[in-house]
Ligand binder design. Sequence first.
Ligand code: DAK
Length: 262
Amino acid sequence: VISMSWKNITLTQEETIAIVTLNRPKVLNALNTETLNELYKVFTQLDGDTGIRVIIITGSGKAFIAGADISEMNTYTPDEARAFSQLGHKTMDAIQNTGKPVIAAVNGFTLGGGLELALACDIIIASENAVLGLPEVNLGLIQGFGGTQRLPRLVGKARAKELIFTGEALKAPRAYEIGLVNKVVPQEDLLPEVEKMAQVISRKGPVALTLAKSGIDSGYDLPLSDGCNKEIVAFVESFSSQDREEGIKAFLEKRKPVFTGK
Ligand code: DAK
């Protein structure tokens, strides 16, 4: 991992897994401009780091992220609001579009921009005490970091409208029932469980993971036949990789593969 000092986040590495932790616990890790800029930079760096196979994002203290920073937004002019929303989208896109799987380990309040950030990740695992919602209407706002687009794609239009119109937050078990989170685990098991899943994923072929991720994401909005055509192209690409050569060779030689991500 390229080491750099960050003000609002910390970056640690365990083997090939990077853990990005939001670290402004005094304001429940609220996302201000500086934090979004740091997240954008760290995800861009991790994307280019061949030593990293999986990225985990979590929050320090009693929140994952309690939303965009309300005190910073308080004084925004419409132009500043546009710039802030664009920075947020750029950051969420950097998270969604990295070729590496990203798991959100949501450990408490996951509200507003915090849930929008989790929605840009590939998988969300929640602790039992997590609370997830989009409360922007309480502030007379709508979502600014992709929530009106990513939430309906994940849980369906009617459920997304209910959550966005009422602003009511869901407890983790209900979030699991509607497919918003992949799994709910006891609070003390959250990071160990997420790391376990990250380790499983980190042993798979990196080229295949990248192609599978972009295939699912880019195909999702297309007609089925167009998505399937994209799959053919991606299959050929995986077939042409050294990872595929090694993966099949290792299977036939009854040993574990050593993938290089090439
Ligand atoms: N921003 C800034 N500070 C926050 C914050 C936030 N989102 N959430 C909490 N804090 C601060 C609190 O002000 C408090 O600071 P002090 O009073 O100690 O100085 C500290 O964190 C601890 O919070 P509490 O004392 O309130 O803690 P509690 O356990 O009592 O309550 C809570 C936790 C999460 C229920 C409560 O803090 C809360 O309701 N927070 C606000 C949650 C919320 O409404 N989040 C959504 C934010 S809106 C857009 C771009 C983006 C967005 C929209 C538009 N455009 C550019 C158009 C996105 C909007 C949002 O995310």
